[in-house]
Design a protein around this ligand. Structure first.
Ligand SMILES: [Fe+2]
Length: 133
């Protein structure tokens, strides 16, 4: 199991966004451990709910900052957020219906998405915001 570590390379140079990202990385690691250690489906479901709720909250936070500072990439960035929320909710529903736990592949998908999004869309947004804010 690979632990995600938040370091300077993940910084988008906007402290309040970095703070959210650290929290998401922490939660991701807790989920990853729980899956590797075979925790109960109820516990994994609670963690997944928490991770999704935090992610939704964090996306709204970024979107508010982009709106406030008139970032012209807002629509495109928000579309990426909406896509992830839709797939995370679909996964959550599937797990609820089938009473199954999250698989390693699903955890990996979340990791790749999170890191890919931070290195892509979030870095672009951060570069704009840290000059404008
Ligand atoms: Fe984002």
């Amino acid at each position: 199991m690979r632990e995600l570590t938040w370091d300077k390379t993940l910084s988008v140079d906007v402290p309040e966004i970095d703070e959210d990202h650290r929290r998401l990385v922490d939660l991701y690691n807790i989920l990853n451990h729980a899956v590797a250690e075979g925790e109960s489906p109820e516990y994994i479901a609670a963690l997944t709910d928490e991770l999704i709720a935090c992610t939704v909250w964090h996306f709204r936070h970024e979107e508010r900052l982009m709106l406030k500072h008139a970032y012209d990439g807002l629509a495109e960035h928000k579309a990426e957020h909406d896509d992830l929320i839709a797939s995370a909710e679909a996964l959550q529903q599937k797990l609820q219906q089938q009473g199954k736990s999250v698989s390693h592949q699903e955890v990996e998908f979340l990791e790749q998405w999170l890191v890919g999004h931070i290195f892509g869309a979030d870095m672009k947004m951060g570069a704009y915001l840290c000059e404008t804010m």
